[in-house]
Structure formats: structure tokens, C-alpha cells
Design a protein around this ligand. Sequence first.
Ligand code: FAD
Length: 414
Amino acid sequence: MNDIAVDVLIIGAGPSGCVASSYLKNNGISSKVVEKSKFPRFVIGESLLPRCMDHFEETGLLDCLMEQQFEIKAGARFLKDDIVCNFDFSKKHTPGWDYTWQVPRADFDHTLAKEIVKKGVDVSFGHEVTAVEFDENGHSTTTVKTEEGNEYKIRAKFIIDSSGYGRVLPRLLDLDKPSTLEANSAIYTHVKETERPEGVEGTLITFDVVKDEVWLWVIPFSNGNTSIGFVGPTEFIESFKGTNSEKLKEMLKISDYYYDRLKDLDFLFEPHIIKNYSKAVKQLYGKGYALTGNSAEFLDPVFSSGVTFATESGVKAAKLITKELNGEKVDWEQDYTGYIMKGVDVFRTYVSEWYTGNLQKIFFHRPENPVIKEQICAVLAGYVWDETNPFVKNHNRLVKTVAKVIDMENERAY
Ligand code: FAD
């Protein structure tokens, strides 16, 4: 293959790479997407947040997704013991989308990828980035290997690294750093549900807290399949013996709520295990590149923030690159790192406080406080930049304080 020169090279055609390339295309910037896999391909991350609808709308990718009729996610249910905590996205502090979808990612990502190709973005599937070199201006020369084993080079003024767990630039530039979150792991598969419960019970996304630090996700799709997965401390997941199927079958017994519904269903594929999934990096950008999506930070699946951060950062990086290529000055530290980390830090608090138990105290405390609930609901919908929301602005302090008040109330009651 001949060598290529583009303004922007995008590594990976997941949601992050797709929104970035679509934004660039709409704004007249030349880009090329290089994707290692052939689509459709499986990836985990099936519960979306309303905030990401803004990104698909802004980049012109919403209509193709609407046509797919994915299962509507209008909120989320959390269960613990006999207590149910239902969040309804139409009752949230911040204005914005009040629904999103539960999606089999193979279909979802394929829809996005086909749409960017239709828009005229140059995408090469089955092509893997293997090496990148930068010159002193930040211009790069990237080596790409095709499925047939041929190599070619791409010269680019910018790279958006949207390679997810491929983590191409963090690996090549030594940008990884340990996550500050506890070491957690997950085991998951899909099942075909032949006899789903009638009505909303059959389609509701649920997080079943089976132990303080261990929870089961149940994510029904509109195609009749359901994603199920356990998340917990790595040593908990490792304490189960046998094949991955045997481990997951055994774990299902811990869920009083779901065991009967799920126990006899065949797994559609041997369950996958991802160990110690939280990832962090030393920096989100450098001269000539930006890291987006999972290639940058991944916290935890508990609040389904992964895809939304992937699209938030993909659109943001594409906007800043467009500005810079149009001769405007960009303050990457403030406008990219500062902005993205603001949202990441809010979610990091919620994830940490979920596993300390403080947030669970608030979710499962009765009676519920409707104002607090709407403010937390806005965070769970992904609107984590809205500083009119005290649970965003004072995230660090407020979750702890409210949990403490609940503790004091409980002490007084006994
Ligand atoms: P991806 O979707 O992973 O896409 C990256 C693409 O880059 C891939 O297609 C890959 O093939 C390609 N690539 C990799 N290396 C190379 C290379 N060298 N050259 C070319 N291409 C390359 N998020 C949610 O929003 N909701 C959830 O419910 C949720 N659940 C999760 C559960 C678990 C257990 C885990 C671990 C994560 C979960 N996530 C969830 C997170 C979610 O998986 C990611 O945040 C999301 O997929 C990130 O999107 P992306 O576009 O950054 O990367």
C-alpha cells in the first residue's frame, strides 16, 4: 500500500473514534480511521447514559442509531436486600435527554462505523497501528500493519488515540499510570431470554447489589438477548473455581432476585473475564496527539460512564484540533485536560463512594429525599459538568456528608 498523508489520524472505530471522525468530516478536516478489527466485533459497555445522546446529535450520528430501535433506557434500577432504588431520567436536576439505550455493542458500533463510512470518512478495518514516531513539531509517522501482513505509513498533523483497551499511545509513549481505584474485575456473557417477564420487568436495566462490593448487571436488549455480568474485588472473582461458565453459574446463586430467571439459560458465549479493569494515564494530550475514551481513563462500570466519556472526549478533542488547524490558539491543558478531568473526578467520587458504601447508604435510605434524588439522577445521566447541581459542584464533600447524616439518623433510631 502507498503511504498516506492526512490532517488527523484516528486510531480505533469505537464510539469515541466515530464521533471524532464525524465531527472532523462535518467541519472539513481530512481524517483517516484505522481499526484493528473487522466489524461487527464484540466489546463490553452496553448501558449508555443520556448525555451521550448530545454527542451523537451534535456529530450527526443520532438518526442512524434511532433507526436501530435499541432497547430504551429511561432510568436505572438498583436493588439491595429488599430495597429498590429506581432512578428516572425524566426527574433529574439538569435539563437534557431523559432516555438513552441498552445496546449490544457489536450492532451499535457497527451502525456508527457504517454511518461514518457513508459520510465519506476513510476507514480501514483489519488494519493495526504498530508504531508511531513524532517529530519536533508534533507531526507523526504511524506504521500500520494490514491483516495480510503488509505495512504502510500514515503522516498526520494530529493523532486522536481512540484505541480503547488497545491503549496504543499510552503503551508506545509510556503514559500509563496506576489507577487510584480498588482492583476490581468483571465476568460477563449474554443469554437468550425465551421467557422474559411481562412488561417493564423484562426490559429494565438493573444493578443487583449482592454484597456490599459485589453487584450483578442485567441489561436486556431489544433483540431478546440479555447481558449479565458480575463485578467485584478481583480476589472475589478469582475465588470461584472451574471454567468461566462454571464460575458464572455458581455466582448467579448469590442473586436472590435473578437466580430463578437466569439459572437455566445457556450462555451465548463462554463468559469473558476482565481483571483489574480501571485504567489511568499520566497525561491526556501531548504535542500532536490527544487520548480519548478508554485509551485515556476508565474508572468502573457501576455508573455506565465509559461510552459517554468516550464520546465526550472524542467530540472535545475533535473540536480543539479543528480550532488549531484553523489557526486559532488552543489551551489544551485547560480546555481538554481541565474539562475532561472535571467530569472524570465527579464520577471517580461516585465510584469510590459506591465501594466505600456511602453512596449505597444514600440510594437505599428510606424515605428518599426527592431533591437529593434528582440531583444524583443528573449525575447518573452523565450531566457531570453542571455546577448548578450541588452533587456535581461539591461532589467530594456532599456524598460523605449526606451518608454521615444518614448514619446519625440511624444511630438515633436505635
Ligand atoms: P472501544 O469501544 O474499545 O474501541 C476501541 C477500538 O480501537 C476497538 O474497536 C479496537 O479494535 C481498536 N484498536 C485497538 N487497538 C488498535 C490498534 N493498535 N490499531 C487500530 N485499532 C485498534 N461503558 C458504558 O458506557 N456502559 C457500560 O455498561 C459499561 N460496562 C463496562 C463493563 C466492563 C466490565 C468494562 C471493563 C467496561 C465497561 N464499560 C461500559 C466501558 C466501555 O467498555 C468503554 O468505556 C467504551 O467501550 C470505550 O469506547 P472507546 O471508543 O474508547 O473504545
